[in-house]
Design a protein around this ligand. Structure first.
Ligand SMILES: [Zn+2]
Length: 403
């Protein structure tokens, strides 16, 4: 068995240079040693030595590249190792999900279990999620992927330093310490499992995978991401970085007040965006009952396709209030683009026009039409973001794997 490498053995300069090489690979997918040297400003000899260490540590591997229009032998490219990966896991109000993301940004396994978690205690939910995580780990092993870490994402405010779920109103959970549960999701993993907010993770997934795979898919560098689930979550991306605020809770657009006399919200306030644009709010306004979100969504889409007046009005009302919230948020942050994911993306044909009208009414000219985008990632977005954060964390600490 290989001895555990000591973090102290690699000097600071080498650590920074390793990070430079890996960042270059993340943004390009693959590169030759010469390209890595040109981009990083390091000598070719240095790059070769760093790459040799990274190959030894199992983080990168060689691949053949053929350059367009060039004759002769194909060059040797370097790629992140697709046989390394991270676990993604998500607890949401009405489903649980797990997935395996490899280092090249491909989702290699994904499983969702539809389930009402609102009425359940955390322990009960984690028992199920741990079983699902084990199946994901088995699938990774069968595919020859070593999982080095993972990320769990939840629909609520989190304290990432202490692994505490501070408050998830739609789950009815508050002040839940999760250190032990995080460990159980991926026992013995080298870099552990980290906790994140669902909308922040989905916002990052949009940045990395929204417009193509391999960690370089951004359509915009600055945008507000809105995640439509039972609740409405938000994430602010500024300069291709998540802006989480001083305590990590910025971007909570779902609880922005859009109607001061509106209905009471799970957060204790009144008239929040979520009470008009959350899944349950739309179903209620459309008069669609039922137990399962999947069935209710199918019912809503059928009604919309048939031109049902009440269903159309419910979705248009959601679009209207989304516009009100986005107009104010864009004024405050100066962010020029908005990306909508989750059920907002599914409802695009009906929601989009109402949102555009509302934005044109409350913030004319502020967000150009081409900067209103709907995510293509659908449901795995948040867990891909959580797993992607774990991959980036491992790459940032690559020196710990070098002996
Ligand atoms: Zn609220």
């Amino acid at each position: 068995m290989r001895a555990t490498p000591s973090p102290g053995r690699v000097g600071d300069v080498r650590r920074q240079n390793l990070a430079l090489i890996l960042t270059g690979l993340l943004s390009n997918g693959q590169a030759t040693r010469a390209q890595l040297a040109a981009e990083s400003g390091l000598t070719k000899a240095s790059v070769s030595s760093l790459v040799a260490d990274l190959i030894d540590a199992g983080l990168v591997q060689e691949s053949s590249v053929t350059r367009d229009g060039e004759r002769g032998r194909p060059g040797t490219g370097i790629i992140l190792n697709p046989a390394r990966g991270a676990l993604g896991a998500e607890i949401n109000v009405d489903y649980l999900a797990v997935g395996v993301l490899d280092f090249t940004g491909q989702l290699r396994f994904h499983e969702t279990l539809e389930r009402h978690n609102r009425a359940s205690r955390p322990g009960e939910v984690f028992t199920l999620l741990v079983t699902m995580a084990r199946r994901a780990a088995d699938a990774a092993q069968a595919a020859g992927i070593e999982l080095l870490g993972g990320g769990l994402t939840v629909p609520g405010l989190v304290d990432t330093e202490r692994d505490v779920l501070i408050n998830a109103p739609n789950l009815g959970w508050a002040g839940v310490g999760l250190s032990a549960e995080l460990q159980k999701l991926l026992p013995g993993s080298r870099f552990g499992v980290t906790l994140s907010n669902e909308a922040n993770s989905a916002a990052l997934a949009e940045l990395w995978f929204g417009h193509g795979a391999m960690f370089h898919g951004a359509r915009f560098k600055d945008y507000l991401y809105l995640s439509g689930e039972v609740g409405v979550g938000g994430g602010l991306v500024i300069g291709s970085e998540l802006f989480a605020g001083p305590h990590g809770h910025a971007g909570e657009i779902g609880h922005m007040v859009v109607h001061p006399d509106g209905p009471r919200c799970t957060c204790g306030g009144h008239g929040c965006l979520e009470k008009f644009a959350g899944q349950h709010a739309i179903f209620l306004a459309a008069g669609i009952g039922g137990e399962s979100t999947v069935a209710q969504t199918a019912h809503l889409l059928r009604s919309l396709a048939e031109g049902n007046v009440r269903a159309t009005a419910a979705v248009e009302q959601a679009g209207h209030y989304l516009g009100v919230a986005v107009a104010s948020a864009a004024r405050l942050t100066n962010v020029p683009a908005v990306v909508l994911g989750g059920h907002f993306a599914v409802l695009e044909p009906w929601l989009g026009p109402a949102l555009r009208r509302s934005l044109a009414n409350y913030a004319p000219g502020l967000i150009p039409d081409g900067n209103i985008a709907f995510s293509r990632l659908r449901e795995p977005a948040a867990l891909m973001g959580a797993a992607g954060s774990s991959v980036r964390n491992v790459l940032g600490r690559s020196y710990e794997l070098i002996s």
